[in-house]
Design a protein around this ligand. Structure first.
Ligand code: CP3
Length: 357
């Protein structure tokens, strides 16, 4: 494998010194880019794009051709696991993800297989290998998965939800069924991420998009516990380097101390948490990733730069910060504003890193 030319993302995740703060954007390959929309049209639809290694590689690299990003993220989706469990994922235009089969009962859970990632999700591994080859050591490649809780919300609700009625009913009325489902998902996610690491992913992120809809005790029992189980089962050293793990619970800011104990190297923050406070609370234990409100990209360049400076100053001097948006970039964001954001992070952060890497 080619030597990494830019490893500041991996170094920052391990709280090692860097020259400038590394930056990437959640959902950096996606609909805000006209070239993405073109490649998706060529593939036919979103899932066909995920399943075509050359085209998945092409869209992964598109944002890197435009912007000075410090990491690439595998182009795929978190719902590949339930799809591989036989639920039949499809996307209804304007409606988000849907499943042909929905999980509601103890029998439904018992019948679910734990997928064999190497064979059932071979198209994802093919994409990882293709992307690593094409990157040729330019920047590290991030692999990812959904958290067990977040995957379960889609499997039990049958798609996106506002009130999480069915899964909360399962959790409170039949907690043993809920735990059986989450345990199968934790095993599936562990196997899936380890296979991505073997295929070439150099860091992994677990997206817990819906952990924040739970109360504190329920979050610890039904989401965090399973992410900790995954952390303890992951390959942490590959190709002679540590493979950092990032946990991102959207709206999880009030539980950072507990999340920092789960065994990850870094925590993702959404914009509702003050990054300076977060650093004081857990910065001696984990690196922090985030956390500009993606809606700032709707503002003019001067406002974007000011917001970047506020977050850099909030984190302060020293190591352990990966800059990112607090959630995925919006489909209506102007790509030129994404450029302003990425360039501002590099330009304005140099003075916070006095000891050059
Ligand atoms: O960050 C990246 O660039 C990597 C690609 C990536 C996608 N989805 C591509 C995608 C990642 C990391 C995801 C994760 C994902 N998928 C999450 C967790 C992250 C988060 O946002 O909190 C969730 C909840 C999903 C499930 C999912 N997939 C949703 C809700 C949607 C949007 C449906 C819609 O029509 O609005 C998707 C589809 C999806 N995944 C798109 C992309 C680029 C858009 C599909 C398209 O091209 O139309």
């Amino acid at each position: 494998m080619a030597e990494l030319k830019n490893d500041r993302f991996l170094r920052a995740l391990l709280r090692e010194p860097v020259d400038v703060t590394p930056v990437w954007m959640m959902r950096q390959a996606g609909r805000y880019l006209p070239e993405y929309r073109e490649t998706r049209a060529q593939a036919g639809d979103f899932l066909s794009l995920c399943k075509n290694r050359e085209l998945a590689c092409e869209v992964t690299l598109q944002p890197l051709e435009r912007f000075e990003l410090d990491a690439a993220i595998l182009f795929s989706d978190i719902l590949t696991i339930p799809d591989a469990m036989g639920l039949g994922l499809y996307f209804e235009t304007g409606e988000g993800p849907r499943f042909r089969k929905i999980i509601r009962t103890e029998a439904d859970v018992a019948a679910l297989p734990v997928p064999d990632a190497a064979s059932d999700l071979d198209y994802v591994m093919a994409a990882v290998k293709e992307i690593r080859g094409a990157l040729a050591g330019r920047v590290p490649l991030i692999g990812f998965s959904g958290s067990p809780w977040t995957l379960a919300t889609y499997m039990v609700e049958g798609g996106s939800s506002k009130d999480f009625r069915h899964i909360k009913q399962m959790m409170y009325a039949t907690p043993e069924v809920m735990h059986a489902l989450l345990d199968k998902l934790a095993q599936s996610v562990t196997g899936y991420l380890n296979e991505q690491i073997r295929a070439g992913a150099q860091a992994v992120q677990i997206f817990d998009t819906w952990g924040g809809v739970l109360s504190g005790p329920m979050y610890r029992e039904f989401s965090l516990k399973y992410m900790a189980q995954i952390c303890s089962g992951l390959i942490r050293e590959h190709e002679g380097r540590r493979v950092p793990v990032i946990l991102f619970t959207k709206n999880g800011g009030q539980w950072l101390e507990a999340i920092a104990d789960a065994g990850a190297d870094a925590l993702g923050l959404d914009w509702t948490t003050d990054i300076g406070d977060a650093r004081r609370r857990v910065g001696d234990r984990v690196a922090l990733q985030g956390n500009m409100d993606p809606s700032v990209l709707y503002a003019p360049p001067a406002r974007i730069r000011a917001e970047v400076e506020t977050i850099l100053a909030g984190f302060g001097e020293g190591n352990g910060h990966v800059f990112n948006l607090g959630h995925g970039i919006h489909q209506f964001a102007d790509p030129e504003h994404a450029r302003v954001f990425v360039d501002a992070v590099h330009e304005l952060s140099a003075r916070y890193h006095s000891h050059k890497a």
